[in-house]
Design a protein around this ligand. Structure first.
Ligand code: KE4
Length: 426
């Protein structure tokens, strides 16, 4: 699939861009392949530089829930662009998008728009620390919250729960306040709260994890975190950069009936344009400069073009209400994949919620990072490459989420399931 044009473009890219990509996972290293370069996309389809067509289940890592190049979104963006693209001065569009988010998420009374999910997380954690006067933050192994230094942590040695930097360039001091716990493990959470009680500024969690592959919260897990944060005066941050407007019009907080204090958003709320948002209770949010003392800023934050795409996307989601049909369609696809692999006796498990899922080549159920990493990543890599050759683009890593859009049709699912049958014979 990485024929002459793709290979040539990759060679050229590597001469001027580190690794030839602007975000590591795009280099296909996790699947031992060379990346394709996209020429165009429409609906659920991608075309690469060699003219190969793919059914896209990565959807730019989640944003393209309405499919690529959605006519209504492009129309709104073009209209706004004609009046200028960036002013560094407020526009009413920002108020409109913020209002839509506030109206969609019960726990959000105010929103600060930023340019990425990473910035949303940075803002939420600084705000939580600023409001509580505390330093420690709990995160869970396998959850990814962007590349801010103090979130780039890996399990420390032995029983220490403090994270060690997971990347060169992150000083040990920057992660010494980050407590790393196993996802879905309430016992370790209780121990951490007992031990660090009134030192914990926040707990940040992907309420449905997407970055170790899709992993669902065990019954009671989210409610228990909520209870411990409330009891301890810590801020509960839900990182809904993936799940925001993916599973329902709003956040999974509605589905699990747990209210976060701060919510991080991104991806879908930008409709394919750079965006992020940190929202929450006004009593917290009003501590952000210039109203409060907690500094946060961004030249292109709330950019009218990005915001126009987000408004158009949320308007369509609100009117089309695609979530039930997305759920049924994704269930049908996953059932077909499951049956195809069962027929070949290939050990696998599929975690799915709504229109996001992960096919793990793993004999066990996957409930946390420790079980996720038992997956057969070599088999996933060969499956990925074979499916790519068959015209199906899956995330180029076992530990990511697949997504279905409103534009995927039955014929796409049938083609995908047929491809799974064929490649799993090999
Ligand atoms: P960005 O800074 O990449 O916009 O968002 C960071 C982020 C924060 N929180 C969650 C739950 C996220 O999933 C992400 C980013 N997601 C990855 C893919 N799982 C983006 C892909 C990439 O890094 O290239």
């Amino acid at each position: 699939m990485t024929g002459s044009a793709n290979s040539r473009l990759f060679r050229q890219a590597k001469t001027v861009i580190p690794g030839g990509v602007n975000s590591p996972v795009r280099a296909f290293k996790a699947v031992g392949a060379k990346p394709i370069f996209i020429q165009k996309a429409k609906g659920p389809y991608l075309w690469d530089a060699d003219g190969n067509k793919y059914i896209d289940y990565c959807l730019s890592w989640g944003p393209m829930i309405l499919g690529h190049a959605r006519r209504q979104v492009l129309h709104e963006v073009k209209k706004v662009m004609a009046n200028g693209t960036s002013f560094g001065i407020p526009t009413k569009l920002e108020t409109s998008l913020a209002t839509m988010i506030v109206q969609a998420i019960d726990s959000v009374e105010k929103v600060r728009l930023v340019n990425s999910g990473t910035e949303a997380v940075m803002t939420a954690i600084r705000l939580a620390r600023g409001c509580t006067g505390r330093d420690k933050v709990i995160k869970f192994v396998g959850c990814y919250h962007g590349h801010v230094d103090h979130m780039l942590v890996q399990a420390g040695s032995g029983a220490t729960t403090f994270g060690m930097p997971s990347s060169p360039g992150v000083p040990r001091d920057f992660t010494k306040h980050t407590i790393l716990l196993p996802y879905n493990d309430l016992q370790s959470l209780e121990k951490a709260f007992d031990k660090y009680a009134n030192k914990i500024a926040a707990v940040i969690v992907e309420p449905v994890a997407g970055n170790m592959g899709v992993v669902l919260p065990k019954k009671g897990f989210l409610k228990a975190i909520r209870k411990m944060c409330t009891r301890n005066g810590s801020v509960l941050i839900f990182d809904e950069v993936i799940t925001g407007f993916r599973l329902t019009y709003g956040c999974v907080q509605k589905l699990f009936r747990v209210k976060a204090d701060l919510t991080c958003l991104g991806k879908i709320i930008g409709g394919g344009f750079p965006i992020g948002a940190c929202g929450g209770k006004a009593e917290l949010m009003d501590n952000l400069a210039p109203q409060g003392q907690v500094y946060q800023a961004g030249t292109l934050s709330g950019n009218p073009v990005c915001v126009a795409a987000g408004i158009s996307t949320l308007k369509l989601l609100k009117s089309v209400k695609p979530y039930r049909s997305l759920e049924l369609a994704t269930q049908r696809l996953c059932d077909g994949i499951d049956q195809a692999l069962q027929k070949r006796n290939l050990k696998h498990t599929i975690n799915r919620i709504g229109s996001m899922f992960t096919l793990f080549f793993n004999a066990e159920i996957v409930t946390d990072y420790a079980s996720a990493v038992k997956s057969d990543t070599a088999r996933y890599a060969s499956f990925f490459t074979a499916m790519l050759k068959a015209g199906i683009y899956l995330p180029p890593s076992q530990f990511e989420a697949c997504f279905v859009s409103t534009e995927h049709r039955l014929k796409d699912f049938n083609k995908t399931i047929a491809a799974v049958r064929k490649v799993s014979q090999q």
